[in-house]
Write a protein that binds this ligand. Sequence first.
Ligand SMILES: C[S@@+](CC[C@H](N)C(=O)[O-])C[C@H]1O[C@@H](n2cnc3c(N)ncnc32)[C@H](O)[C@@H]1O
Length: 324
Amino acid sequence: MNPALETLALAFREYCNPPGRTLFLGAEPHPDIHDVTACQPLKPLADKCMSAGMEICTELDGKFQTVLFLPGKSKDEILAGFARAHELLEPDGKLIVALANTAGASRFEKELSKATPLLFSVSKNKCRAFSVSNSEPWGEELLENWHELSKSRQIPGTDFTVEPGVFSSHHIDPGSALLAEHLPPSLRGRVADLGAGWGYLSKVALGKSPKISQMDLFEADSRALACAKKNVTGSATFHWHDVTKGLPEKYDHIITNPPFHTGQAKDTDLGKAFLTTAAASLKRGGTLHIVANRQLPYETHLESLGLRSRLIVETGAYKVIVSS
Ligand SMILES: C[S@@+](CC[C@H](N)C(=O)[O-])C[C@H]1O[C@@H](n2cnc3c(N)ncnc32)[C@H](O)[C@@H]1O
Protein backbone atom coordinates (compact mmCIF):
# COMPACT_ATOMS: atom_id res chain seq x y z
CA MET A 1 0.00 0.00 0.00
CA ASN A 2 1.07 3.58 -0.68
CA PRO A 3 2.99 4.63 2.50
CA ALA A 4 1.74 8.24 2.25
CA LEU A 5 -1.82 6.85 2.28
CA GLU A 6 -0.98 4.84 5.44
CA THR A 7 0.34 7.99 7.12
CA LEU A 8 -2.71 9.97 6.04
CA ALA A 9 -5.03 7.29 7.44
CA LEU A 10 -3.10 7.32 10.72
CA ALA A 11 -3.52 11.09 11.11
CA PHE A 12 -7.18 10.85 10.06
CA ARG A 13 -7.88 8.19 12.72
CA GLU A 14 -5.99 10.02 15.40
CA TYR A 15 -7.03 13.63 14.86
CA CYS A 16 -10.43 13.59 13.12
CA ASN A 17 -12.91 11.99 15.43
CA PRO A 18 -15.63 12.52 14.35
CA PRO A 19 -14.42 13.81 10.95
CA GLY A 20 -17.71 15.34 9.78
CA ARG A 21 -18.40 15.65 6.04
CA THR A 22 -15.10 14.61 4.44
CA LEU A 23 -13.59 15.19 1.00
CA PHE A 24 -10.66 13.05 -0.21
CA LEU A 25 -8.63 14.69 -3.00
CA GLY A 26 -6.36 12.16 -4.76
CA ALA A 27 -8.40 9.36 -3.19
CA GLU A 28 -7.15 5.80 -2.80
CA PRO A 29 -8.94 3.05 -0.92
CA HIS A 30 -7.99 2.42 2.72
CA PRO A 31 -9.95 0.39 5.29
CA ASP A 32 -9.87 3.29 7.79
CA ILE A 33 -11.06 5.93 5.32
CA HIS A 34 -14.73 5.52 4.45
CA ASP A 35 -17.89 7.58 3.98
CA VAL A 36 -15.93 10.22 2.07
CA THR A 37 -16.53 12.18 -1.13
CA ALA A 38 -13.70 10.90 -3.32
CA CYS A 39 -11.93 12.73 -6.19
CA GLN A 40 -9.35 10.83 -8.25
CA PRO A 41 -8.33 11.94 -11.77
CA LEU A 42 -6.25 8.81 -12.54
CA LYS A 43 -8.33 5.99 -13.97
CA PRO A 44 -6.39 3.01 -12.52
CA LEU A 45 -6.68 4.51 -9.01
CA ALA A 46 -10.29 5.59 -9.58
CA ASP A 47 -11.04 1.97 -10.59
CA LYS A 48 -9.45 0.73 -7.36
CA CYS A 49 -11.58 3.16 -5.34
CA MET A 50 -14.73 2.00 -7.12
CA SER A 51 -13.87 -1.67 -6.59
CA ALA A 52 -13.58 -0.86 -2.88
CA GLY A 53 -17.09 0.64 -2.94
CA MET A 54 -16.09 4.33 -3.09
CA GLU A 55 -17.94 6.60 -5.48
CA ILE A 56 -15.83 8.97 -7.60
CA CYS A 57 -17.13 12.54 -7.73
CA THR A 58 -16.52 14.87 -10.65
CA GLU A 59 -18.65 17.80 -9.46
CA LEU A 60 -18.41 19.01 -5.88
CA ASP A 61 -21.02 20.92 -3.99
CA GLY A 62 -21.00 22.48 -0.54
CA LYS A 63 -18.25 22.68 2.04
CA PHE A 64 -16.44 20.01 4.03
CA GLN A 65 -15.43 19.66 7.67
CA THR A 66 -12.35 17.64 6.69
CA VAL A 67 -10.35 17.66 3.46
CA LEU A 68 -7.80 14.86 2.98
CA PHE A 69 -5.24 15.54 0.25
CA LEU A 70 -2.93 12.90 -1.23
CA PRO A 71 -1.28 14.84 -4.04
CA GLY A 72 0.69 13.80 -7.11
CA LYS A 73 4.26 14.93 -7.72
CA SER A 74 3.84 18.29 -9.41
CA LYS A 75 4.64 21.37 -7.31
CA ASP A 76 1.98 23.45 -9.05
CA GLU A 77 -0.62 20.74 -8.46
CA ILE A 78 0.23 20.56 -4.74
CA LEU A 79 0.11 24.34 -4.15
CA ALA A 80 -3.03 24.73 -6.28
CA GLY A 81 -4.52 21.86 -4.22
CA PHE A 82 -3.92 23.81 -0.98
CA ALA A 83 -5.92 26.73 -2.42
CA ARG A 84 -8.68 24.42 -3.65
CA ALA A 85 -8.91 22.75 -0.23
CA HIS A 86 -9.17 26.17 1.44
CA GLU A 87 -12.10 27.07 -0.80
CA LEU A 88 -13.88 23.82 0.10
CA LEU A 89 -13.38 23.88 3.88
CA GLU A 90 -16.04 24.83 6.41
CA PRO A 91 -15.04 27.91 8.44
CA ASP A 92 -13.63 25.67 11.20
CA GLY A 93 -12.71 22.75 8.88
CA LYS A 94 -9.41 20.90 8.80
CA LEU A 95 -7.06 20.04 5.90
CA ILE A 96 -4.69 17.06 6.22
CA VAL A 97 -2.03 16.58 3.53
CA ALA A 98 0.25 13.54 3.25
CA LEU A 99 3.41 13.25 1.17
CA ALA A 100 6.48 11.03 1.02
CA ASN A 101 9.63 12.64 2.42
CA THR A 102 11.26 12.13 -0.98
CA ALA A 103 8.37 14.06 -2.58
CA GLY A 104 9.24 17.14 -0.51
CA ALA A 105 6.93 16.62 2.53
CA SER A 106 8.83 19.02 4.78
CA ARG A 107 9.17 21.65 2.02
CA PHE A 108 5.42 21.65 1.35
CA GLU A 109 4.62 21.58 5.07
CA LYS A 110 6.69 24.77 5.44
CA GLU A 111 4.97 26.30 2.43
CA LEU A 112 1.49 25.61 3.84
CA SER A 113 2.49 26.96 7.26
CA LYS A 114 3.35 30.30 5.61
CA ALA A 115 -0.39 30.70 4.90
CA THR A 116 -1.72 29.62 8.30
CA PRO A 117 -0.32 27.99 11.48
CA LEU A 118 0.14 24.20 11.52
CA LEU A 119 -2.23 22.20 13.69
CA PHE A 120 -0.12 19.04 13.79
CA SER A 121 2.43 17.01 11.89
CA VAL A 122 2.94 13.23 11.98
CA SER A 123 6.06 11.47 10.62
CA LYS A 124 5.74 7.76 9.84
CA ASN A 125 6.55 5.33 7.00
CA LYS A 126 9.14 7.81 5.54
CA CYS A 127 6.19 10.15 4.96
CA ARG A 128 4.63 13.08 6.71
CA ALA A 129 1.00 14.05 7.29
CA PHE A 130 0.47 17.68 8.26
CA SER A 131 -2.62 19.70 9.00
CA VAL A 132 -3.98 23.23 9.17
CA SER A 133 -7.42 24.51 10.05
CA ASN A 134 -9.63 27.12 8.52
CA SER A 135 -10.49 28.81 11.83
CA GLU A 136 -7.67 31.34 11.33
CA PRO A 137 -7.57 33.45 8.14
CA TRP A 138 -5.08 32.22 5.50
CA GLY A 139 -2.58 34.62 3.92
CA GLU A 140 -4.42 36.22 1.01
CA GLU A 141 -1.48 36.93 -1.25
CA LEU A 142 -0.22 33.36 -1.00
CA LEU A 143 -3.72 31.98 -1.65
CA GLU A 144 -4.01 34.15 -4.73
CA ASN A 145 -0.65 32.92 -6.04
CA TRP A 146 -1.70 29.31 -5.48
CA HIS A 147 -5.02 29.92 -7.22
CA GLU A 148 -3.14 31.29 -10.23
CA LEU A 149 -1.24 27.98 -10.48
CA SER A 150 -4.51 26.07 -10.85
CA LYS A 151 -5.48 27.92 -14.01
CA SER A 152 -5.21 26.43 -17.49
CA ARG A 153 -2.26 27.82 -19.42
CA GLN A 154 -0.78 27.63 -22.88
CA ILE A 155 2.39 25.89 -23.97
CA PRO A 156 4.56 28.87 -25.01
CA GLY A 157 4.59 29.50 -28.76
CA THR A 158 1.62 27.16 -29.38
CA ASP A 159 -2.13 27.17 -28.85
CA PHE A 160 -2.09 23.98 -26.77
CA THR A 161 -3.98 24.32 -23.47
CA VAL A 162 -2.58 22.45 -20.43
CA GLU A 163 -3.31 22.17 -16.72
CA PRO A 164 -0.97 21.83 -13.74
CA GLY A 165 -0.11 18.29 -12.72
CA VAL A 166 -0.55 16.66 -16.12
CA PHE A 167 2.38 15.12 -18.00
CA SER A 168 4.67 17.74 -19.60
CA SER A 169 2.60 20.75 -18.57
CA HIS A 170 5.28 23.35 -19.37
CA HIS A 171 6.54 22.25 -22.76
CA ILE A 172 6.10 19.72 -25.55
CA ASP A 173 7.85 16.51 -24.47
CA PRO A 174 11.04 16.15 -26.58
CA GLY A 175 10.37 12.44 -27.13
CA SER A 176 6.87 13.19 -28.43
CA ALA A 177 8.28 15.97 -30.62
CA LEU A 178 10.69 13.43 -32.18
CA LEU A 179 7.88 10.95 -32.86
CA ALA A 180 5.68 13.73 -34.28
CA GLU A 181 8.47 14.74 -36.65
CA HIS A 182 8.76 11.16 -37.90
CA LEU A 183 5.07 10.26 -38.19
CA PRO A 184 4.39 9.51 -41.85
CA PRO A 185 1.71 11.47 -43.75
CA SER A 186 0.23 8.14 -44.89
CA LEU A 187 -1.71 7.09 -41.75
CA ARG A 188 -5.27 6.21 -42.69
CA GLY A 189 -8.47 4.77 -41.25
CA ARG A 190 -8.83 4.33 -37.49
CA VAL A 191 -5.92 5.44 -35.34
CA ALA A 192 -5.46 5.17 -31.55
CA ASP A 193 -3.18 7.34 -29.40
CA LEU A 194 -2.27 5.44 -26.21
CA GLY A 195 -1.49 7.65 -23.21
CA ALA A 196 -2.61 10.63 -25.28
CA GLY A 197 -1.95 13.23 -22.56
CA TRP A 198 -3.20 16.68 -23.58
CA GLY A 199 -3.42 15.62 -27.21
CA TYR A 200 -0.15 16.69 -28.81
CA LEU A 201 0.55 13.55 -30.88
CA SER A 202 -3.08 13.17 -31.97
CA LYS A 203 -3.25 16.74 -33.17
CA VAL A 204 -0.01 16.42 -35.17
CA ALA A 205 -1.09 13.07 -36.67
CA LEU A 206 -4.49 14.44 -37.73
CA GLY A 207 -2.79 17.49 -39.26
CA LYS A 208 -0.21 15.40 -41.16
CA SER A 209 -2.39 12.52 -42.40
CA PRO A 210 -5.64 13.70 -44.00
CA LYS A 211 -6.79 10.10 -44.57
CA ILE A 212 -7.23 9.39 -40.85
CA SER A 213 -10.98 8.84 -40.53
CA GLN A 214 -11.09 8.57 -36.74
CA MET A 215 -8.62 9.28 -33.93
CA ASP A 216 -9.31 7.64 -30.54
CA LEU A 217 -7.42 9.18 -27.62
CA PHE A 218 -6.96 6.89 -24.60
CA GLU A 219 -5.67 8.56 -21.43
CA ALA A 220 -5.75 7.70 -17.71
CA ASP A 221 -5.59 11.27 -16.38
CA SER A 222 -8.98 12.99 -16.66
CA ARG A 223 -7.36 16.43 -16.34
CA ALA A 224 -5.11 15.78 -19.34
CA LEU A 225 -8.05 14.38 -21.28
CA ALA A 226 -10.08 17.52 -20.57
CA CYS A 227 -7.22 19.55 -22.11
CA ALA A 228 -7.05 17.17 -25.09
CA LYS A 229 -10.75 17.84 -25.75
CA LYS A 230 -9.87 21.53 -26.17
CA ASN A 231 -6.69 20.89 -28.16
CA VAL A 232 -7.80 18.24 -30.65
CA THR A 233 -10.66 19.02 -32.99
CA GLY A 234 -12.10 17.06 -35.92
CA SER A 235 -12.75 13.33 -35.97
CA ALA A 236 -11.56 12.53 -32.48
CA THR A 237 -13.07 10.69 -29.53
CA PHE A 238 -11.78 10.81 -25.99
CA HIS A 239 -11.62 7.87 -23.58
CA TRP A 240 -10.83 8.06 -19.86
CA HIS A 241 -9.25 4.64 -19.93
CA ASP A 242 -6.58 2.43 -18.36
CA VAL A 243 -4.62 1.25 -21.41
CA THR A 244 -3.19 -1.75 -19.52
CA LYS A 245 -6.73 -3.19 -19.51
CA GLY A 246 -6.79 -3.49 -23.34
CA LEU A 247 -8.79 -1.54 -25.92
CA PRO A 248 -12.40 -2.05 -27.02
CA GLU A 249 -11.53 -2.09 -30.77
CA LYS A 250 -8.80 -2.77 -33.32
CA TYR A 251 -6.91 -0.07 -35.20
CA ASP A 252 -5.12 0.50 -38.50
CA HIS A 253 -2.39 2.43 -36.71
CA ILE A 254 -1.42 3.10 -33.11
CA ILE A 255 0.80 5.91 -31.93
CA THR A 256 2.25 6.11 -28.44
CA ASN A 257 4.80 7.66 -26.14
CA PRO A 258 4.36 5.12 -23.32
CA PRO A 259 4.73 6.24 -19.70
CA PHE A 260 7.99 5.36 -17.94
CA HIS A 261 10.46 6.68 -15.42
CA THR A 262 14.09 5.67 -15.71
CA GLY A 263 15.45 3.47 -12.97
CA GLN A 264 12.14 2.08 -11.73
CA ALA A 265 11.42 -1.46 -12.87
CA LYS A 266 7.70 -1.18 -12.36
CA ASP A 267 7.53 1.78 -14.73
CA THR A 268 9.19 -0.24 -17.49
CA ASP A 269 6.47 -2.79 -16.82
CA LEU A 270 3.85 -0.11 -17.46
CA GLY A 271 5.46 0.77 -20.81
CA LYS A 272 5.56 -2.92 -21.75
CA ALA A 273 1.90 -3.31 -20.77
CA PHE A 274 1.10 -0.45 -23.18
CA LEU A 275 2.91 -2.29 -25.98
CA THR A 276 1.11 -5.56 -25.13
CA THR A 277 -2.22 -3.74 -25.45
CA ALA A 278 -1.09 -2.10 -28.69
CA ALA A 279 0.03 -5.41 -30.22
CA ALA A 280 -3.33 -7.00 -29.37
CA SER A 281 -5.23 -4.05 -30.85
CA LEU A 282 -3.61 -3.73 -34.28
CA LYS A 283 -5.56 -4.82 -37.34
CA ARG A 284 -3.76 -7.17 -39.73
CA GLY A 285 -1.13 -5.11 -41.57
CA GLY A 286 -1.45 -2.27 -39.06
CA THR A 287 1.52 -0.28 -37.74
CA LEU A 288 2.59 0.78 -34.27
CA HIS A 289 4.60 4.03 -33.94
CA ILE A 290 6.51 4.36 -30.68
CA VAL A 291 8.94 6.76 -29.11
CA ALA A 292 10.93 5.60 -26.08
CA ASN A 293 14.04 6.35 -24.10
CA ARG A 294 16.91 4.82 -26.06
CA GLN A 295 17.92 2.33 -23.38
CA LEU A 296 14.46 0.79 -22.89
CA PRO A 297 14.40 -2.79 -24.21
CA TYR A 298 11.09 -2.50 -26.02
CA GLU A 299 12.16 -4.23 -29.25
CA THR A 300 12.66 -7.56 -27.43
CA HIS A 301 9.25 -7.22 -25.83
CA LEU A 302 7.65 -6.39 -29.19
CA GLU A 303 9.34 -9.43 -30.73
CA SER A 304 7.87 -11.63 -27.98
CA LEU A 305 4.46 -10.27 -29.00
CA GLY A 306 5.04 -11.33 -32.61
CA LEU A 307 5.87 -7.87 -33.98
CA ARG A 308 8.91 -6.93 -36.05
CA SER A 309 10.44 -3.55 -35.27
CA ARG A 310 12.24 -1.05 -37.44
CA LEU A 311 14.36 1.73 -35.96
CA ILE A 312 13.39 4.98 -37.68
CA VAL A 313 15.65 7.41 -35.84
CA GLU A 314 17.77 7.51 -32.71
CA THR A 315 19.08 10.54 -30.82
CA GLY A 316 21.22 10.82 -27.67
CA ALA A 317 18.07 10.31 -25.56
CA TYR A 318 15.28 8.75 -27.64
CA LYS A 319 14.48 6.28 -30.38
CA VAL A 320 11.49 6.07 -32.69
CA ILE A 321 10.42 2.54 -33.64
CA VAL A 322 7.77 1.34 -36.08
CA SER A 323 6.47 -2.19 -35.49
CA SER A 324 4.16 -4.32 -37.54
C1 LIG B 1 4.95 9.88 -21.76
S1 LIG B 1 3.30 10.54 -21.52
C2 LIG B 1 2.84 10.98 -23.18
C3 LIG B 1 1.72 11.97 -23.23
C4 LIG B 1 1.35 12.52 -24.59
N1 LIG B 1 1.15 11.46 -25.56
C5 LIG B 1 2.38 13.49 -25.09
O1 LIG B 1 3.04 13.16 -26.05
O2 LIG B 1 2.51 14.59 -24.53
C6 LIG B 1 2.38 9.12 -21.14
C7 LIG B 1 0.92 9.37 -20.82
O3 LIG B 1 0.32 8.12 -20.43
C8 LIG B 1 -0.64 8.37 -19.43
N2 LIG B 1 -0.83 7.11 -18.69
C9 LIG B 1 -0.11 6.59 -17.67
N3 LIG B 1 -0.61 5.41 -17.30
C10 LIG B 1 -1.68 5.16 -18.08
C11 LIG B 1 -2.62 4.09 -18.18
N4 LIG B 1 -2.53 3.04 -17.40
N5 LIG B 1 -3.58 4.18 -19.13
C12 LIG B 1 -3.67 5.26 -19.95
N6 LIG B 1 -2.82 6.30 -19.90
C13 LIG B 1 -1.84 6.25 -18.98
C14 LIG B 1 -0.03 9.49 -18.60
O4 LIG B 1 -1.03 10.18 -17.86
C15 LIG B 1 0.63 10.36 -19.69
O5 LIG B 1 -0.25 11.34 -20.14
